[in-house]
Design a protein around this ligand. Structure first.
Ligand code: PMP
Length: 445
């Protein structure tokens, strides 16, 4: 297996040579919040799959629901009005779940990038149907991550995910993120920084012309960009600016929906109702590839009432509304609510963040500690606290390996260590993660 993994498998977000130089761990089993590798080593999965395995790896009701649906109807398309009973039930449950956000319609997809693509398309089309065909541009945040499809890559804030594929979609502009550790304003106060970023957004809208902009897309807490929670005034400020200018607000909640922030959604955490919301990941907890774009009544009605023919939908996936995915999502949602996982995310998130802050005091290498909003945390590692020069790649690789040997799988993204464990983990699991990280950081300090 190790030989084939290195030679025949091109890992996403990796150079084909990477796995030959540094063979990755091969995970063969998952149970609860723990994973076991090919060599029999068991660790706490502090990555939660890829921010998605909120309920852990042994969720019996989900496995049973999948098996039952496979027996009953393994697939039928929901194109152009055919349907299946599982997806209808799911859409009703999602309407109830997202009622506080005012999101009532679900457009089903096969994953996060698909959800982003659909949301961005719907936004343009919404304006077209309303006779504002000139609204074609998109705004987003500089540290934002919105998947790998061409529209998503165009709005991605991190240049590393864009430049290799340019020219991408024209008309995408990126606003400074409310990232206190590094920002163009040299502002360290979160509230003042939020105001500066909001002013930058207003300036960009004025420069582009509001009547040319379709949508602003943002993650309520920036995830892959390094877990960057904004000040509480930021997202409400964005909402206000978008409403004022007739710009749709798309919340990319592929990571944050279903409890990760300690609230059921990131938008709810900040008290905001977006016009569209992208979901995926924890909607099926990794048990099936699936996603949904949640749409407000106001947006959906524009499509429903259209008499121009411009609202014809040319978007959808073979696996949109897949009955097995829908059955998995129903079971996940029931478990998510039964266990009230958001509460454990808040409590264990606080424990994790407090422990990371203690590590931050102990090690010079830790330039910034981010978290405080459920179970998404990060350490930013620097070679020098004054210059904030990122730690070298070799050291961060060592840190990862030592932490793994000490009992926790963490995710490395640039010079960040990212933590997004299952929401069901216990106090003892959090301590295991913190102890393992302590050893990992010590090894390169
Ligand atoms: N949006 C966000 C906020 C994400 O974090 C991700 C994936 N990490 C995506 C979109 C893309 O999702 P997927 O990998 O399922 O296509």
């Amino acid at each position: 297996l190790k030989e084939h993994n290195a030679r025949n498998l091109w890992h996403p977000m990796a150079h084909p040579g990477d796995s030959i130089a540094n063979p990755p761990d091969i995970i063969v089993e998952g149970e609860g919040v723990e994973i076991t590798d090919l060599d029999g080593k068991r660790t706490v999965d502090a990555v939660g799959g890829l921010w998605n395995v909120n309920l852990g790896y042994s969720c019996t009701p989900v496995k049973q629901a999948i098996a039952a649906q496979l027996d009953k109807l393994p697939y039928y398309s929901i194109f152009r009005g055919t349907s299946n009973d599982a997806v209808i039930e799911l859409s009703q449950m999602l309407k109830d779940f997202f009622e506080p956000e005012g999101l009532s319609r679900a457009f089903f997809t096969s994953g996060g990038s698909d959800s982003v693509e659909i949301a961005l398309r719907l936004a343009r089309q919404y304006h077209k149907v309303r006779g504002e065909a000139g609204r074609v541009k998109y705004l987003s945040l500089k540290k934002g991550y919105h998947g790998t499809h061409t529209l998503g890559a165009s709005v991605n804030g991190n240049a590393n995910f864009r430049t290799q594929y340019e020219p991408l979609m024209p008309g995408c502009y990126h606003i400074p993120a409310p990232y206190t550790y590094r920002n163009p304003f040299n502002e360290t106060d979160p509230e003042r920084l939020a105001q500066l970023c909001l002013s930058a957004l207003e300036d960009e809208i004025a420069f582009q012309g509001a009547s040319t902009i379709a949508a602003f897309i943002m993650e309520p807490v920036l995830g892959a960009g390094g877990v960057i929670p904004p000040h509480e005034s930021f997202m409400p400020g964005v909402r206000e600016i978008c409403s004022k200018h007739g710009i749709l607000l798309i919340a990319d909640e592929v990571i944050t929906a279903f409890g990760r922030t300690g609230d059921w959604t990131g938008s709810r955490h900040w008290g905001v109702q977006p016009d569209l919301m992208c979901t995926a990941k924890a909607i099926t907890n990794g048990y099936f590839p699936f996603g949904a774009v949640m749409v407000s009544d106001a947006v959906a009605e524009v499509f429903e009432k259209d008499s121009t023919g411009k609202a014809a939908i040319g978007s959808g996936y073979t696996y949109s509304g897949h009955p097995v995915g829908a059955a998995a999502a129903i079971a996940c949602l029931k478990e998510t609510e039964r266990l009230q996982v958001k509460d454990n995310a808040a409590a264990r998130g606080k424990q994790l963040y407090d422990g990371l802050l203690r590590l931050g005091e102990k090690y010079e290498l830790i330039g910034d500690v981010r978290g405080g909003h459920g179970l998404m945390c990060a350490l930013e590692l620097v070679a020098d606290r004054d210059t904030k020069a990122p730690i070298d790649k070799k050291s961060i690789g060592t840190l990862h390996n030592v932490t793994y040997e000490a009992g926790a799988m963490v995710r490395i993204s640039g010079n960040n260590v990212i933590l997004s464990p299952p929401l069901i983990l216990s106090e003892a699991h959090v301590n295991t993660i913190l102890n393992a990280l302590d050893q990992g950081v010590a090894a390169v300090s």
